[in-house]
Design a protein around this ligand. Sequence first.
Ligand code: NAD
Ligand code: TYD
Length: 341
Amino acid sequence: MTRTLIVTGGAGFIGSNFLLTLAKERPDWTLVNLDALTYAGNLENLVELEGNPRCHFVHGDICERADVERAFEAAAKGSGPVSIVHFAAESHVDRSIQSSLPFVRTNVLGTQVLIDAARAHGVERFVHVSTDEVYGSLGERGYFTEETPLAPNSPYSASKAGSDLLVRAAVHTFGFPGLITRCSNNYGPYQFPEKLIPLVISLASEGKPIPVYGDGLHVRDWLYVVDHCEAILAVLERGTVGSTYNIGGHNEYPNLEIVRRILSAFGQPESLIQFVKDRPGHDRRYAIDASRIERELGWRPRWRFEDALPRTIAWYRSQTQWLQRVRNGAYREYLRRQYGP
Ligand code: NAD
Ligand code: TYD
């Protein structure tokens, strides 16, 4: 079916990968990207879409109803029912520890503004892109299922859990056509180099010290961003309204192992690893049970870590100008506050 989509946060890491995927896989859909272009938003990610008559950019803030209305005006140029895929968020745990308020504003308030506008316009579906971090932290064994109680530990994950609950409440109270996805850690092209994998790639490429928090044995379940985008598309097209879908790759690694693999790809010594003060409240382990989306929607990750990590490294190696441009003055100031002079 032909659709018109409003994608919030489409200039960020996952949002831009999603738009690039959709422009290829659903070429008859109209795509409206609503993005405030914060430090994490970069239109350069979307140069491939320039001149595409079905792709529209609206520069705006999801917390401002008037901006959201402009996105609906742009969507009126498309055909078929309008749906929303909601990526826009403040997304970095360390930043949420430095300053929590922007996370509450965009992730909680912004999501409610979108829900209100979506209800007023009678959208067909609203896919809320959330995170496994809302479940808190695991011990050595076990997995997060969709029934795991919410127990967020960082201001970031608490604000995401708040937004999930607002979507849930709208479904329950108003019959709102909301669906929630909760994915594990992503990696791949266009990820801002404050997150572990692109940060380590950019430091290793320059032979600089790699900051590893605590003992480096915290475990994350890594998923290639293209697989995440395919999962979101499956949920949008075939998911059951009111349902939550966990998305993950069965691909757990301790941080040290990730760092070692990247150093080895660059031929750099492990002596670059620098153990630094642990993140306050650092979650020990995340791991996803994705059997619901596998069973109900037939989604499975297609990329193996052994192939997609080298592919990601090769992408960053070929994009030195992209990397240089996103590492602007404001980003250097953040790094100084996070890791010291
Ligand atoms: P990102 O930080 O790379 O991008 C966020 C985008 O949202 C940017 O383009 C930014 O400009 C935009 N934005 C921020 N505030 C806005 C506002 N008020 N109005 C409009 N646009 C605004 O984030 P990401 O890593 O691409 O994550 C996207 C979504 O996926 C988030 O909701 C995040 O919680 C979720 N998620 C991320 C991961 C991950 O590993 N990166 C894993 C699971 C879930
Ligand atoms: P991150 O990419 O920030 O994702 P999240 O905290 O949302 O999982 O961090 C991934 C893991 O890497 C996490 O356990 C924290 C750790 N980490 C470091 O050890 N050093 C760093 O400089 C960063 C940014 C993260």
